[in-house]
Design a protein around this ligand. Structure first.
Ligand code: AHM
Ligand code: MG
Length: 333
C-alpha cells in the first residue's frame, strides 16, 4: 500500500473553496469547465474517426478559417456555463462581441473569457491543441454584464487555466494559490491530480520556442536576442529550439521544463498574433504563479488594460530570468 491520495479535480476545487471561504459559485464554474473539457476531449479524440474535420465554411472575427471542432468546443463551453446562474457574461475568441447570459437564465457576478480550441489548424494532423480560460468578478452594475467586465487587466483574474488535448488530456489551473495539474483518466472519466504545486524548474531547460520563419521581419534587437541564445553568450551553453505552433502545448512544455516561449512583434504584425484577453492573460498568471514571468517585451502582461476583446499582444513567457533577459535585450537600441 502506498500513502498516495487520489484527488479528483472536483475535490481539489472544493478544498480550495474551503480554504478561501468562497461562496461556491466560483467552484461550480470551475467544475463546469472541467466537465466541458471532458466532453471536448472525447470529441477531439474522435476527430480522426467521425466526420467532424474540415472547414465549417466561414471565418471567425480574426478572418481565420474556423474548423468544426472549434464550433463544437465553443458550444460545449457555452452550454455548460449559460444556465448555472453564476456568470453575467462571457467572451470568446469565436465571437466578435461579448456574450450576455440570456434573459431566460439567472445571472451572477462572474465573467468568463475563453479560447475554446486554440491551435485548431493542428487538428487534422493530430497535434496537441488546447482550451484556455479565465474568470473575473464583474465590475459593472449591468445585470448581464458589459464589455468592460471582459476588459479587466489580468491582475484581476480570480481563476485561470487551460486544457491540453495531448497524448493525455490535462487540465491545469490556478486560483492564485499555486498551479495544479490534473490528468484525465478516460476509463473513469475523472481528472486526477498528477502535478501538484507546479514550479517552473530553476535552472530551466535551455530551450527557446518561437516561429523562426519570421526572423527577417523581427527588429534587430529581437534577431540579436535569438542569436545570443543560440550561441549561449551568457556562459550557459547554446539553447535548443522547440516550436509546436500550438500555444497551449508550447506553453505546457515551457511550464514543466522551463525555457522561453515567444510570439514577438514583427514588421508585418506590430502587435504579434496572440490575444491579450483570453490567451496571454490566463497563461501569464499561471506562469507567474509557477515562479515564472510574462511580458509583452516592455510591460508585464498582467498589468495591461485591454482596450478590445480581441486585442493582440506580443508575448514572452516562461522562466523569469529569460523573460527579463528578453525585455532587457529588446530595450537596447
Ligand atoms: P488560433 O487562435 O487561430 O488557433 O492561432 C493561435 C495559434 C497558437 O496556438 C500558436 O501559438 C500560434 O497560432 C502559431 O502561429 P504561427 O503559425 O504564426 O507560428
Ligand atoms: Mg487562439
Amino acid at each position: 500500500m502506498t500513502d498516495t491520495h487520489i484527488v479528483t479535480i472536483e475535490r481539489h476545487i472544493i478544498e480550495e473553496e474551503r480554504r478561501r471561504r468562497a461562496s461556491g459559485s466560483f467552484s461550480n464554474i470551475l467544475t463546469d469547465m472541467a466537465l466541458a473539457a471532458k466532453v471536448i476531449s472525447r470529441q477531439v479524440n474522435m476527430a480522426g474517426l467521425v466526420d467532424i474535420l474540415g472547414k465549417a465554411g466561414h471565418s471567425n472575427v480574426q478572418g481565420e478559417e474556423v474548423q468544426k471542432l472549434d464550433i463544437f468546443a465553443q458550444n460545449v463551453i457555452y452550454r455548460a456555463m449559460d444556465h448555472n446562474g453564476h456568470l453575467c457574461c462571457m467572451a470568446s475568441e469565436e465571437f466578435e462581441d461579448f456574450i450576455p447570459i440570456p434573459e431566460k437564465f439567472p445571472a451572477g457576478d462572474y465573467v468568463l473569457v475563453f479560447d475554446p480550441l486554440d491551435g485548431s489548424s493542428n487538428i487534422d494532423v493530430n497535434v496537441s491543441i488546447g482550451t484556455i480560460f479565465s474568470l473575473y468578478r464583474r465590475v459593472s452594475d449591468e445585470e448581464r454584464g458589459t464589455v468592460e467586465d471582459c476588459l479587466q487587466p489580468g491582475i484581476r483574474q480570480l481563476a485561470a487555466g487551460y486544457v491540453l488535448y495531448g497524448s493525455s488530456t490535462m487540465m491545469v489551473y490556478t486560483t492564485g494559490r499555486g498551479v495544479h495539474g490534473f490528468t484525465l483518466d478516460p476509463s473513469i472519466g475523472e481528472f486526477i491530480l498528477s502535478h501538484p504545486e507546479i514550479r517552473i524548474p530553476d535552472p530551466p531547460s535551455r530551450c527557446y520556442s518561437v516561429n523562426e520563419a519570421y526572423h527577417e521581419r523581427w527588429s534587430p534587437a529581437m534577431q540579436r536576442f535569438i542569436e545570443e541564445l543560440k550561441r549561449g553568450d551568457s556562459g550557459e551553453g547554446g539553447f535548443s529550439s522547440r516550436y509546436i505552433g500550438s500555444l497551449v502545448a508550447d506553453f505546457h512544455r515551457t511550464l514543466l521544463k522551463g525555457g522561453l516561449f515567444m510570439y514577438p512583434a514583427d514588421r508585418r504584425s506590430p502587435n504579434g498574433k496572440l490575444r491579450l484577453v483570453y490567451e496571454a492573460n490566463p497563461l501569464a498568471w499561471i506562469a507567474e504563479q509557477a515562479g515564472g514571468g510574462a511580458s509583452d517585451g516592455r510591460e508585464r502582461i498582467l498589468e495591461r488594460k485591454p482596450s478590445g476583446l480581441h486585442e493582440r499582444t506580443p508575448l514572452f513567457i516562461g522562466s523569469a530570468g529569460l523573460v527579463e533577459r528578453a525585455v532587457e535585450t529588446l530595450s537596447e537600441i
